[in-house]
Design a protein around this ligand. Structure first.
Ligand code: NAI
Length: 330
């Protein structure tokens, strides 16, 4: 039996985690969930939002499924998500974006993958208050991390039958930092003669994405652009409720949805579990449980195609009703 760490998060995290655990169990796959809490709720009892036991559990089990964790804005503790990615060196953030059956959107042929560098850039957490009216934030880009993520993107393209990798920067303005990322891309690209290469500036990419997203295949981006662009891409396929993701490192992988803890709908049984469920499906493929992954994905697609949806997708079902419909279709 697989033992998998489950960080069940806060906000809507526990609701969607319960839904996903229930669906996986109903599929017939037995998983020993090592449930680990993190975030603001554990500060009072353990002093920190990301206790060592959570890191130890992921290091030991090598695989985790993670629901969202709230980060206070403008003050308070450092993001648990950013810390986790950094501590475990989960350098690649993989966010596939593909239209789902039964979810009507403006475009019908979106099938792209965002590969976001996960450990540096403006997320390195190096900020300095110069005086009361001035703050600096340092953008860190290294050749090592840039080459590593570009190699990951090209390998992903080769292994998943993708045709092109497009690098996204603002190297015309940030000539040194984004310039280095672009240089790393060009260097790594030489080893992949069968994959197409493309270079685009991030502002132009955003415009192209909202006009003609089907022209893109695999995108590779530094951390900040990757974060923003993947939310934009989530919007192309039906919103945050359906956008899956994974953080992958050399030793372990943490699968999590793109969305946050949605405090506005917390505890109301309104959250869409699809994004976490699709992240779990990818996780099952990653650990070799392809048969169960396909079974669960088919049941989800069937449910959506039958018109059963949660409120964020224009439907009427609660989290638990939608979960039960998927289980009926398993
Ligand atoms: P959010 O993604 O939580 O919510 C944005 C909007 O989308 C809200 O209206 C929300 O109700 C809706 N939404 C999100 N997920 C949904 C779902 N599964 N079903 C239905 N509707 C859904 O973004 P927001 O409000 O900016 O962030 C809230 C908190 O989450 C913040 O503290 C933020 O730092 C944190 N966050 C955590 C992430 C993580 O744990 N990986 C990622 C992004 C944000």
């Amino acid at each position: 039996m697989h033992t998998i760490t489950l960080i069940n998060g806060d906000g809507i995290g526990p609701e969607i985690s319960n839904s996903v655990m229930k669906i996986i169990k109903a599929s017939g796959l037995d998983i020993n969930w090592d449930i680990q809490t993190a975030g603001s709720d554990v500060i009072s009892s353990e002093g920190v939002p990301l206790p060592q036991r959570v890191l130890d559990s992921v290091r030991k089990n090598k695989i985790a499924l993670k629901a969202p964790v709230t980060t206070p804005i403008g003050k308070g503790f450092r993001s648990v998500n950013v810390q986790l990615r950094k501590e475990l060196d989960l350098f690649a953030n993989l966010r596939p974006c593909k239209n789902l059956p039964g979810v009507k959107t403006k475009f019908e042929d979106v099938d792209l993958v965002v590969v976001r560098e996960n450990t540096e850039d403006l997320y390195a957490g190096i900020e300095e208050q110069i005086d009361s009216d001035t703050a600096h934030s340092i953008k860190v880009i290294t050749r090592k991390a840039s080459e590593r993520i570009c190699k990951f993107a090209f390998d992903y393209a080769v292994n998943n039958n993708r045709k092109e990798v497009c690098v996204v920067t603002k190297a015309n303005i940030m000539k040194l930092s984004d310039g280095l990322f672009l240089e790393a891309f060009r260097h790594v690209a030489q080893n992949y003669p069968s994959i197409g290469k493309r270079e685009i500036l991030v502002d132009n990419l955003c415009m192209q994405l909202v006009q003609n997203p089907s022209q893109f295949d695999v995108l590779v981006l530094p951390n900040l652009y990757g974060d923003i662009v993947s939310d934009l891409c989530a919007g192309l396929i039906g919103g945050l409720g359906v956008a899956q993701g994974a953080n992958i490192g050399a030793d372990c992988a943490v699968f999590e949805p793109v969305h946050g803890s949605a405090p506005d709908i917390k505890g109301q049984n309104k959250a869409n579990p699809t994004a976490l469920l699709l992240s779990a499906v990818e996780m099952l493929r990653y650990i070799g449980e392809k048969q169960y992954a396909d079974k669960i994905e088919s049941a989800l697609f069937k449910t959506l195609s039958q018109g059963f949806k949660t409120i964020d997708l224009g439907g009427e079902l609660s989290t638990t009703e939608f979960t039960d419909k998927i289980i009926e279709n398993l």
